[in-house]
Each structure stands twice: as structure tokens, then as C-alpha cells.
Design a protein around this ligand. Structure first.
Ligand code: GTP
Ligand code: MG
Length: 250
């Protein structure tokens, strides 16, 4: 059985470090994980990828051959990910891991909102798949910001169409805010009460409507809070992933 976990989130939200921590966690618990780096623009990674899209797609070659700037090359590189599915699939099959942890490109819009990322996610062969979406703790310190990132998480779910585990990353950086953020994630009532306190009433009204719609449609985020620095929350995250991948409680 191969379980694929796609690590998504905003730029700098801690995807790559979390990938390395998950690999370590599964190894420590007697499973056989493998890492797949799908970020063609990654300059350096905090882990040694078992499979690496940079083997097939090279940003500097694209810049030279097509006269592109760094951003144009990154867009082109992201669009090319799907064209390498067969080779990557072959590598996955050869390794045959229990868990394939897939680190995705820094810019979420290049992966989730263009055609290549969703194509890759739906066509990679695995017995079960889950998407992890990282809520960067530094970006959700106010209730309005929390709603805006929840919307982004929902957009990713609409695009990738996979069961999703929402994760608050870098919890060690927001010791004073952690309880509030988890409260907003856990109860729409708590979130609405916090939004009522906001001064910008038009934004607070819109945020309340959006939050209510997400809750009604079953898109309310629900969050597991982790830190890749202190390792807090790792066990909860593994349990949430296991539930989502239909493995039952570990
Ligand atoms: N304090 C703290 N820092 C973290 C944590 N997770 C990641 N970081 C730091 O945040 C920065 C970005 O982490 P990455 O893992 O590279 O994030 P990413 O989402 O892969 O970034 P891109 O691929 O460039 O979009 C690095 O400096 C990490 O060391 C965490 O849990 N706590
Ligand atoms: Mg990264």
C-alpha cells in the first residue's frame, strides 16, 4: 500500500521542513516513507529527496533556452511537472514506500491553480491520497486573516479534490495567540465573536458571511497545530493523517 501525502501551503509556510519532519516521524515509527520534491525552484531543501523533479526540470536551463526571467521560468517549470508524471511514477513504484511525502512548489498558485498540479495529484497512482494544507501561524494572527487563509485552503481543496488535513505550522512562534487561533478553527461561534470585535466592520461582515458559508458547506478548516522546531503536535498530526487516509487510529 502506498499512501501519498501532498504538502501544500503559502510560500514559506514551512512545507519543506514539515516534509523532512514527517519522513523522520514515519521512520522512527517503523514505517517506510519516501520523499518526493515537486518544487523545481527549490534552491536548497532541509532533506535529501528520494525523488526530485529538479532531476527533470532545470530552472536555469529554461531561462537560457527560452529567454525567460526567473518568474517566467518558474511558471513554465511548474506547468511542466505533469509531463514528468510517468518517470516519477516509475521511481515511486521502484521504491514502493508506505508513505510518499510530496513537497510542492513554494508558490501555491503555480501548483494548485494551474493545470499541472491538479493533474499530477489526480493521476499519481497511490492507494490513498491526502492533501495537507499549511496555515502559517504568522499569517493568521487576526480573525479576518484567519478567514482569508481558510478561503485559500478551501480553494486548494476545490482544485485538488482530495481529503484535506489543515495544519497550523510554526505554532512555537505564536505562544500568546495559539489558543485564540485554535478557538477560531474549532468553533464558528468563537470565530464570529472575534470578528464582531474587529474595527473594520465591512470586512468583518464579509468575513462572517464567508466563515458561515465554509462551515455550512463542510469546509470549516479544523486545525492541527504543529511546530517543526519543537515537534509539538507531531503525534496529533500523524493521527489526523491516519484518519484521513482511512488507516484508523495508529
Ligand atoms: N520557528 C519555526 N520556524 C519554522 C517552522 N517551520 C518552518 N520554519 C522556518 O520557516 C522558513 C520556511 O520554511 P520552509 O520549510 O522552507 O517553508 P516552505 O513552505 O517549504 O517554503 P517555500 O518552499 O520557499 O515556499 C524556514 O526558515 C524554516 O526554518 C516552525 O515550525 N517553527
Ligand atoms: Mg519549500
Amino acid at each position: 500500500m502506498v499512501y501519498a501525502i501532498f504538502i501544500t501551503g503559502t510560500a514559506g509556510s514551512g512545507k519543506s521542513l514539515l516534509t523532512s519532519r514527517l519522513i523522520q516521524w514515519y521512520q522512527d515509527n517503523g514505517a517506510f516513507p519516501a520523499s518526493l520534491n515537486l518544487d523545481p525552484g527549490a534552491a536548497s531543501l532541509p532533506y535529501n529527496p528520494d525523488i526530485d523533479v529538479r532531476q527533470y526540470i532545470d530552472i536555469s536551463t529554461l531561462m537560457e533556452n527560452f529567454g525567460l526571467g526567473p518568474n517566467g521560468a518558474l511558471v513554465m517549470a511548474s506547468d511542466m511537472i505533469a509531463t514528468r508524471l510517468d518517470e516519477i511514477q516509475q521511481q515511486v513504484d521502484e521504491i514502493n514506500p508506505d508513505y510518499l511525502i510530496v513537497d510542492t512548489p513554494g508558490q501555491i498558485e503555480l501548483f494548485a491553480f494551474r493545470a499541472s498540479g491538479p493533474y499530477f495529484v489526480s493521476n499519481l497512482q497511490a492507494d490513498n491520497k491526502a492533501v495537507l494544507f499549511a496555515f502559517d501561524a504568522m499569517l493568521v494572527s487576526s480573525p479576518i486573516n484567519f478567514v482569508s487563509i481558510s478561503l485559500l485552503a478551501s480553494s486548494v481543496k476545490l482544485r485538488l479534490k482530495c481529503p484535506q488535513v489543515n495544519v497550523l505550522t510554526k505554532r512555537d512562534l505564536v505562544p500568546d495567540k495559539l489558543k485564540d487561533i485554535m478557538g477560531w478553527a474549532g468553533s464558528n461561534q468563537t470565530l464570529e465573536a472575534a470578528l464582531n470585535e474587529e474595527k473594520e466592520s465591512e470586512y468583518s461582515l464579509l468575513s462572517k458571511d464567508l466563515a458561515r458559508s465554509l462551515t455550512r458547506a463542510g469546509f470549516a478548516p479544523g486545525l492541527v497545530a504543529v511546530s517543526s522546531t519543537t515537534m509539538a503536535g507531531q503525534v496529533n498530526l500523524a493521527a489526523a493523517l491516519a484518519r484521513t487516509l482511512n488507516l484508523g487510529e495508529d
